[in-house]
Each structure stands twice: as structure tokens, then as C-alpha cells.
Design a protein around this ligand. Structure first.
Ligand code: SAH
Length: 627
């Protein structure tokens, strides 16, 4: 679709949406306005302050009349996060009457007047407050103050562990398990269901043990089973990956009470936790069945229905001729459970065959399939992130936020090392060798399609000889609908910009970039473009100038430029710019090949007017042309 699309901008940093920041002084407004802009939130101000600062019409600003307390109370229940730019004491008094539970309260942060610290005050773990505090601190170049046990120690919080994978927290002694980890005691993990990838990405010094042989203080269970608390002699907390697809059929009008009884009975008989349910499944005809809809709503589950032909194609243990006559498929419950597992859980098998529960003139059939992979239940996101040339200070705040927020980071090992200080403890990081770009990209898409937030990292700008285009092309091959997974590209400072900054202002006039890599581009085309650039007097940046195997193209490039430009044209060879081993050589077109050039170098060739002054390259824009 062509047209104006203002909406797309930074739509994706909405993890904490809705979010409101509150400022009561002009200073706090200055501090928080850019923050809400990046996080797609709103800034709440008193009417008078908004008027004083002429912000009344700003689309990021909302105003309140008399009472800030009322304005906050009105937003409390539907908000993910609040950021207060006022004294902690005032904030505590303001929110105290609103507090309900750590399951439901929004994250609350306090930013001090100087913008030096960001305090994670409330819902630091489950509400994501600690993460948000780090993001905001990143933006303000401030310090995040986290007082929760795990985060303070650079560890993952056990009560946050399963959130990215859509797991649900079961009944257990979460406080005791968290405290054990905070006290650096060992916690034994028994995982019988769900993704185990997290186990390989734990921060050093984590307190989990998987062997079962060591002495432990507490237990973390990851299971679809109902855990029997009485039988355990140490504190236990269970996460339930959502793997169970409940196929249901019923007589029209069967009420919630009977459906619930039937479903819970079958789960109990199989010793399965209702928290491990991925969703309900039935035949299209039942899409408007009120009891089923109510059950799905009560347990916060999706309710998927399928056409009878699709269900009829499933091989099931208990087909029924009567059902076939009535609805056009010999199985509803068993077939729907299996179909949902195939569509949303990468396949699965029946673990509870059809059971019929009747009462008066109502009847329910229930069957359970267990999927191969847990249902995350949220749309995945793909963030294509440029990490700049090297140094952390050269990464945009938005890209930093994306890196910190992503569930998974995927990139070439060197780039991941460079951004190491930005990684969150426990974040899943996957590296691939340089040559496996397509695999890297397919993996990223697979994880995002599943529901994870995946950041694919490229050095420099990810859309300049980086991964962004490759990911989009790959998505197109998969008939991507443009929505799921959602894609956002985060620009970065490309090598040519970084190199230019290091040597002065060589890009002040028209310029171009040419990659000398002939792996994906025919050599003739490269030569043709070199000629065109040389002839048209473009300042030219050469990427991938020379590899161990490919050494002639840089020589040919020089020869071509020498046909059109003076041998004294300034050239800069900038290697590993903004990295520890940065080297810069200022030379000329004639002499450039006398210096080392490799794949970590970008070559800048000036135009016919570029000159050197006091070690600074200048390409005149033309202001002084007639002076
Ligand atoms: N996406 C990257 C480019 C990747 S292509 C960007 O926008 O910068 C790889 C080439 O980029 C290298 O061969 C080199 O020519 C150049 N390059 C990347 N990082 C560089 C750095 N820090 N210093 C100098 N050149 C660099």
C-alpha cells in the first residue's frame, strides 16, 4: 500500500503500553518528554503547566485539572507503567491507596529532578519495572536503581523467567524460591515441559542446578502437571508452559458450569494443571457457543474453531458416525485438539481421549492434545537493529532499548561481544558464523513467528549491506502479511559515516557507497558502478574493499578512479573505526595501495574538490566557491 504512514514510527517499543509519565516542573517535562516519545507513552501535566510551557496542543501531552491523584487513579487499572518526575515520598503517598497486588499493579518508576537516577519503585519483576527502569536510565544516561534481589545481582528473576515464553505461574512458594536465589543458595530445576533454551543462556553465577544430585534449598518446576505441594519437603514454585490444547464439543446451550466441571475433571484425572492450557478448540459451528466463550474468557485463553472438513481429515481414536451426520466431521473434541496443536504448537498428540460428561439435557465432550512447543500467545516481533561501528556510545538510544528489551539477540559473534554490556542477564543470544546469514535470518523469523521478540543485529546500519533487507526478503518468501511478526528497523551509524567523522567532513557533497564484494554482485556490475561514480565525481566509500582471496578489485577500483581523478585526490583508509584497534591512514589516490587494506577497512575517496587541512578532510559544499 502506498501512501503516508505516520503510524508505523516506533510503534513497536510498546512493550509498556499504555504508559504515562508525570511531570510537575518544567525541568521534569524536559527530561520526560523525549522518554515518552521513544516509549510511545503520554506525558501528564497540570493544565496550568501545559499552558505555561505552551504544550497544550502537543499530541504527547495529556492534562489534568485539579487533582493529580484522580488523574493517576483513573489510569491505574489499564496502565502498564507510570514514570513519575516527582519526589519518591509524594509518589508513595499518591499510589498507596491504589495498590492491589504484584500480579496486577503497573510498573512504577521515579526519576529524580536532575535525571541522574531512575528508581524502580513498584512491580519491578513481574510488572517489568526493573527492565523499564534500565531502558529509561539508558535514555537519560542515568543510573537505574533496582532493589529486587535477582536484578541487583545481575541474575534473572525466577518469577520473570517464563514470561517471554507465555508460561503461567502456578501456586507455590515463589517468595521462598526467589529468596533462596537471592541468598545465593542452590535451586534445583526439574523441567519436564517447555522450551529449554533458557538453560543455556543463564548469567554466570546463577543459582540453578539441573543435575538433581546437588543439595538444594528450593525447587523450580517447569511442567504441565499439577504439582502436589504437600509431598514436597522444600519450597517449590512451578511454571506451566502452555502446551495443552483442549478440544471441546457440546450440546447447544451447555452452560459454563458443566463445561468447567467437565474440563477440570479431565485435567484433574490426568494430573494436568489448568494453567498449562494453551487454548480451546472446536468446530466452526461452535464459534458462538456461549459457554465455551465464557470458559475461554474466564481462563484467559484463545478459542479457535476449525471447519468440519479440516477436522474430518484428522485420524482420531474415537470417531463417531452420529457426530459425522450432525456436524460433518466424525470427531470434534479429539480432532480439534489435534488440529490446534498442529497449527499453533508445531504438532502434538492426544494425551486424553474423548470423555463425555452429561447432565440433564446438556453434554460436553473433552479431549486433550499436548503440543510439541508451547503457545506463547502474543504476536512476535522482529527488530532489525544497527549497532553502529563499534563503541557503545555510537549506538542510538532506540537501538539500545531494542537490544535490552528483546527476548532473543541474533547476530555475528563479534557484534554481540561489542554490545555485551547492554545484554540483559538471561537473554537468549545466538551467534552464527559470518557466512550463515540466511540461516541466521530464518532462525530469527522462526522465533518471532512463534511469539518471541527477536533482535537481529548488524554492525553499522542494518539496512546497509546488513541483515535488514535479507530478513524482509525472507519474510516475503514466506508470504508474510506485513503484520505478524511485526517488524521494526532501527538505524545505526554506518561505517562510512563513522569513518567520515573521524577524518573530518569528506561527505559534504554528493557521495555514494560501493561494495567490492563480488560474492553476491557480478564483478562487471561493480566495475560499472565504480566507473559511474568516478566519472560523476561522487565522493565514494568502498565497503568490503579487500579480502584475503579477493585482492584485485581494489586495484581495479584505484585504476578506474585514476582515469577520472587526480592522483593527489585525498583518500582515507579507516579501519575498525570506533573500535579498540582503530587505525586511520590519510593518503592519496595514487598511494593508497601502499597501506594495508582489509575487510575491516572502509575506503573513502574524495571528489575532485576534496582537500586536506590540518589533518582534516574537507569536501567543499560550495559556500566559498566564489570567494
Ligand atoms: N552494515 C555495515 C556494513 C557491513 S559490510 C555498516 O553499515 O557499516 C562490512 C564492511 O563494512 C566491512 O568490510 C568494512 O568495509 C565496513 N565496516 C564495517 N564496520 C566497520 C568499522 N568499524 N570500521 C571500518 N569499516 C567497517
Amino acid at each position: 500500500m502506498l501512501g503516508v504512514d505516520n503510524d508505523r514510527r516506533q510503534k513497536l517499543l510498546k512493550t509498556f503500553h499504555p504508559l504515562t509519565a508525570i511531570a510537575v516542573t518544567p525541568q521534569a517535562v524536559k527530561l520526560l518528554l523525549p522518554v515518552v516519545e521513544t516509549l510511545t507513552g503520554k506525558l501528564l501535566l497540570s493544565k496550568s503547566l501545559a499552558e505555561e510551557l505552551e504544550l497544550g496542543k502537543n499530541s504527547l501531552v495529556e492534562t489534568y485539572g485539579d487533582s493529580l491523584a484522580t488523574a493517576v487513579a483513573e489510569r491505574w487499572n489499564n496502565h502498564q507503567a507510570f514514570i513519575f518526575g516527582l519526589a519518591t515520598g509524594a509518589v508513595v503517598r499518591l499510589i498507596a491507596p491504589l495498590l492491589q497486588s504484584k500480579q496486577s499493579d503497573p510498573a512504577v518508576l521515579v526519576v529524580d529532578a536532575m535525571g541522574q537516577s531512575v528508581i524502580s519503585l513498584l512491580s519491578g519483576h513481574q510488572g517489568g519495572g526493573d527492565r523499564l527502569a534500565q531502558i529509561v536510565a539508558e535514555q537519560l544516561q542515568a543510573k537505574a536503581i533496582l532493589t529486587g534481589g535477582a536484578n541487583g545481582l545481575g541474575q534473572i528473576a525466577v518469577d520473570c523467567l517464563g514470561i517471554p515464553f507465555g508460561w503461567r505461574k502456578g501456586k507455590g512458594d515463589w517468595t521462598a524460591v526467589s529468596s533462596a536465589l537471592a541468598a545465593q543458595k542452590l535451586v534445583g530445576v526439574t523441567q519436564t515441559a517447555g522450551l529449554t533454551l533458557w538453560q543455556n543462556h543463564l548469567p554466570p553465577g546463577h543459582g540453578f542446578t539441573f543435575s538433581g544430585t546437588k543439595e538444594t534449598t528450593a525447587t523450580l518446576l517447569i511442567t504441565v502437571q499439577e504439582s502436589n505441594l504437600e509431598k514436597l519437603n522444600k519450597p517449590m514454585a512451578p511454571w506451566h508452559p502452555r502446551l495443552l490444547w483442549i478440544g471441546v464439543g457440546c450440546v447447544r446451550g451447555t452452560d459454563l458450569a458443566l463445561l468447567e466441571r467437565a474440563l477440570l475433571e479431565v485435567l484433574e484425572r490426568e494430573n494436568l494443571s489448568p494453567l498449562a492450557i494453551a487454548g480451546l478448540a472446536s468446530v466452526h459451528l461452535k464459534a458462538d457457543e456461549v459457554g465455551m466463550q465464557q470458559f475461554a474468557q474466564k481462563y484467559d485463553l484463545p478459542f479457535f474453531t476449525f471447519p468440519p472438513e479440516q477436522l474430518a481429515a484428522q485420524a482420531v481414536p474415537n470417531p463417531s458416525e452420529v457426530v459425522l451426520q450432525e456436524v460433518g466431521t466424525p470427531s470434534v473434541a479429539e480432532a480439534a485438539a489435534l488440529t490446534a496443536a498442529q497449527m499453533y504448537s508445531q504438532g502434538g498428540k492426544l494425551i486424553a481421549e474423548k470423555v463425555i460428561v452429561k447432565q440433564h439435557n446438556q453434554a460436553v465432550t473433552v479431549a486433550i492434545a499436548k503440543g510439541e512447543r508451547e503457545y506463547i500467545g502474543k504476536p512476535g516481533q522482529l527488530w532489525l537493529v544497527g549497532t553502529g561501528p563499534g563503541e557503545l556510545s555510537q549506538i542510538s538510544p532506540a537501538a539500545r532499548t531494542a537490544i535490552r528489551e528483546a527476548d532473543v539477540l541474533i547476530g555475528y559473534g563479534l557484534y554481540l561481544d561489542l554490545i555485551d554490556p547492554l545484554r540483559r542477564p538471561g537473554q537468549i543470544c545466538e551467534t552464527f558464523p559470518l557466512t550463515q546469514e540466511r540461516q541466521r535470518c530464518q532462525r530469527a523469523i522462526e522465533l518471532a513467528q512463534w511469539g518471541l521478540t527477536v533482535a537481529v543485529l548488524s554492525s553499522g546500519d542494518c539496512g546497509i549491506y546488513g541483515m535488514a533487507g535479507l530478513v524482509l526478503e525472507e519474510l516475503e518468501k514466506l508470504n508474510w502479511d506485513g503484520q505478524t511478526p511485526a517488524v521494526e528497523v532501527f538505524p545505526g551509524i554506518s561505517a562510512f559515516q563513522a569513518a567520515a567523522a573521524r577524518v573530518g567532513a569528506p561527505l559534504m557533497h554528493d557521495f555514494c557507497a560501493i561494495s567490492l564484494s563480488d560474492l553476491l554482485t557480478p564483478k562487471e556490475k561493480i566495475l560499472q558502478r565504480l566507473t559511474a561514480a568516478a566519472q560523476a565525481d561522487f565522493v565514494t566509500a568502498l565497503y568490503n574493499p579487500k579480502s584475503q582471496k579477493r585482492t584485485e578489485l581494489i586495484e581495479q577500483a584505484q585504476a578506474i578512479f585514476l582515469q577520472w581523478r587526480s592522483p593527489t585526490t585525498p583518500v582515507a583508509l579507516v579501519r575498525s573505526v570506533y573500535r579498540q584497534d582503530e587505525t586511520i591512514v590519510r593518503t592519496t589516490l595514487a598511494a593508497m595501495l601502499n597501506f594495508p587494506i582489509d575487510m575491516l577497512t572502509v575506503v573513502l575517496i574524495g571528489n575532485s574538490n576534496t582537500y586536506n587541512y590540518q589533518d582534516y578532510l574537507i569536501t567543499p559544499r560550495g559556500y566559498y566557491a566564489n570567494a
